[in-house]
Design a protein around this ligand. Structure first.
Ligand code: PLP
Length: 399
């Protein structure tokens, strides 16, 4: 067996720019500790803890039996595309037809397709911070430079329109928006999007990539607003992204989709055609069933996440040194831990690492999302696990 650590031919600069996502690293360490026999509660990953709806599984089964097992069209099967056209029209008020839609292997691939299609070397991408860490990583893979727009907790973790304006240069090519937000759960109301749109009208050279993955998980059940709907006059430079991973608890099926101008969608399809090709027709059949079938479970899951988040936030408020905001959506808490630093720990990374090693609670340090000192806690876990985790955090901080 040749040694795997041997120095081989060089690896690319591009791969070196990617880096290991800290969420994955924290999850891997939590798994390793559990495998070593420790009682670990891992609240590291943003993964719904519900099962795939049975009718989606049945649809995939039937598609396989039907022989729907050949290469699919790159941009999506006609049936799923039609369902996605209807979804964007009915839920988001976005007009369009098949040429405005692409289906990818999860929203992550849609984002890869989009940033690769939009960005040249040296372009700048404005990313409100804290952010889902894939945006800067994928932007760098596309040769671009992420430029962060800090969003303070006292601003509800929403970017100030004038701060976005101040960051835009002739090199800016993309503004990323993500509401409801990972990692804060912040939701941008329509009025806030309208204020951002007013800025973006001054900068017609900038695309807007609106990642609406958590659109159905607004805790009070209100409908999410999205940029292309709020500002239809600039919709010709907006890509609106959603998917089935979070809404239907179908992370492993790897289906995401987007609505955008036809030229952008065609460019993204070219890129997808040379990377993964189309999404598995079985997964697309399952996604079609999820989109067009009964929706009652979505409301149930949303109510469950809302209840858990409120309960865990309350428990964390009792922890000395921690200040927990109340998220409006998604399934994360992003408490400020400034009051826990200065003694044993200098940074949120040190705090999160010790919390995992000593109290066996897996969280992700805010430094991974570009805004410290915070930790991200996924509330996609059972009540018992969340209660126990909060008790352990309390003991750890008193400790
Ligand atoms: N967008 C956001 C904001 C996310 O948090 C995630 C997953 O964590 C994704 C996109 C990826 O979704 P998918 O599973 O469809 O690739």
């Amino acid at each position: 067996m040749p040694s795997l650590v041997r120095q081989g031919p060089p690896l690319s600069h591009r791969q070196a720019s990617v880096g290991m996502a800290a969420t994955m690293a924290a999850a891997a360490r939590a798994r390793a500790l559990r495998a070593a026999g420790h009682d670990v509660i891992s609240l590291t990953l943003g993964e719904p803890d519900f099962a795939t709806p049975p009718h989606a599984i049945e649809a995939a089964h039937q598609a396989a039996l039907r022989g729907d097992t050949r290469y699919p069209p790159v941009a999506g099967t006609p049936a799923l595309i039609a369902a996605v056209v209807a979804k964007f029209r009915d839920e988001n008020g976005l007009d369009g037809d098949a040429q405005n839609i692409i289906v990818g292997n999860g929203a992550r691939q849609i984002i890869y397709d989009a940033l690769t299609a939009m960005l040249d070397d040296g372009c700048e991408v404005i990313v409100p911070a804290p952010y889902w860490n894939a945006y800067p990583l994928i932007a760098r893979m596309a040769g671009a430079i992420p430029v962060f727009c800090p969003c303070a907790m006292q601003d509800g973790f929403r970017p100030r329109p004038e701060a976005i304006d101040a960051l835009i240069t002739p090199r800016t090519r993309v503004l990323v928006l993500n509401s409801p937000n990972n990692p804060t759960g912040a939701v941008y109301p329509a009025s806030h999007l309208a204020d951002i749109a007013a800025i973006m009208r001054k900068h017609p050279h900038v695309w807007i990539m609106s990642d609406d993955m958590y659109e159905h998980l607004i805790h009070d059940g209100t409908k999410a607003a999205t940029m292309a709907q709020v500002a239809p006059d600039i919709a010709d430079r907006v890509l609106t992204i959603s998917g089935i991973s979070k809404t239907y608890a179908m992370t492993g099926w790897r289906v995401g989709f987007a609505h955008g101008p036809a030229a952008l969608i065609a460019a993204m399809a070219k890129i997808q055609g040379q990377t993964t090709g189309g999404v598995s027709p079985l997964a697309q059949a399952a996604a079609h069933a999820a989109l067009t079938g009964p929706q009652a479970r979505v409301a149930e899951m949303r109510a469950t996440y809302a209840r858990r988040s409120a309960r865990a936030a309350e428990a964390l408020d009792a922890v000395p040194g921690i200040v927990c905001h109340r998220p409006a959506g998604a399934f994360y808490l992003y408490p400020n831990i400034a009051g826990c630093l200065g003694g044993r720990f200098a940074t949120d990374s040190e705090f999160a690492a010790a919390l995992l090693e000593e109290a066996h609670v897996g969280t992700v340090a805010g430094s991974a999302f570009g805004l410290s000192p915070h930790i991200r806690i996924s509330t996609a876990a059972s009540d018992d696990e969340l209660d126990a985790a909060c008790r352990r955090i309390l003991e750890f901080c008193k400790g």
